[in-house]
Design a binder for this molecule. Structure first.
Ligand code: NI
Length: 249
């Protein structure tokens, strides 16, 4: 069930049977010479949309801008600084909590978001503590590549050249969902260098075409389809487990 294609009455009905909502979250940032700028928000959206076709999940609109200041040296990247990102996550969660959602599950597609999303959760919990609000409200962060079984498939598909940015697995997922947007390029070197992540000019100087440690030339739509099928099944199970959590008496 997709929130943006529902009416408020349908959401009210859903709340009578579940207090859980899934929010795909990512970033709009460069992904090398062949990766789409939307890769990091599209992957969790693609997986959540696939999952809600068979599971009783409510999927909120995708939070598609994240902590990507280090990619600003490449055109098309849009970034929120951590403080803005945390404030926006807080307002999203409080809007949903206002209607009775108690379990907010973020399916993330960008490693650079993790620290800030966790800090945003800490802010929400601190507000609840200081206000003496009742137990039950919980947030969860899951990176899509950490869903059960996904990494094992990626390691089998891409034993070398997976890397950490503009990876063949994330690009394969977007190729499966958007075959008309598949790009090609000659990679030089075939496997990109690795190193630290600092500010935008440093990143551009270290990683000339934007990739980190990856060879996205190995991506295919078929490999992406296998990753999406596993991720969607694991997402349904993981959300069900989160929903079933009971606050201690
Ligand atoms: Ni990415």
């Amino acid at each position: 069930m997709l929130l943006h294609l529902s009416t408020w009455q349908e959401i009210e009905d859903y709340l009578a049977r579940s207090r859980t909502v899934v929010i795909p979250i990512g970033s709009n940032e460069q992904h090398g010479p062949t990766g789409l700028l939307g890769t990091d928000w599209m992957c969790p959206e693609i997986i959540a949309n696939a999952a809600q076709k068979t599971g009783d999940l409510l999927v909120a609109p995708t939070f598609n801008i994240g902590m990507a200041q280090h990619h600003l040296g490449f055109p098309g990247t849009i970034a929120l600084r951590p403080s803005t990102f945390m404030a926006a996550i807080g307002d999203w969660c409080k809007s949903l909590a206002y209607h009775g959602f108690e379990k907010i599950y973020f399916l993330n597609g960008h490693g650079g978001n993790v620290a800030t999303i966790e800090a945003a959760f800490s802010e929400l919990y601190a507000e609840a503590s200081y206000a003496g609000r009742p137990r039950g409200f919980a947030c969860k962060l899951k990176n899509w590549w950490e869903l059960k079984g996904v990494m094992a498939i990626a390691q089998r598909q891409f034993p070398t050249g997976h890397g950490s940015h503009a990876t063949p697995s994330e690009i394969a997922v977007t190729q499966w969902a958007y075959p008309d947007a598949i790009k090609s390029a000659n990679y030089a070197p075939q496997v990109a260098p690795t190193g630290p992540i600092r500010e935008a000019l440093d990143f551009r100087a270290r990683y000339a075409d934007g990739r980190m440690g990856s060879d996205p030339g190995q991506a295919t739509p078929e490999k992406g389809g296998e990753l999406v099928a596993q991720a969607a099944a694991s997402l349904i199970a993981d959300v069900a487990e989160f929903s079933a959590e009971v606050a201690p008496a």
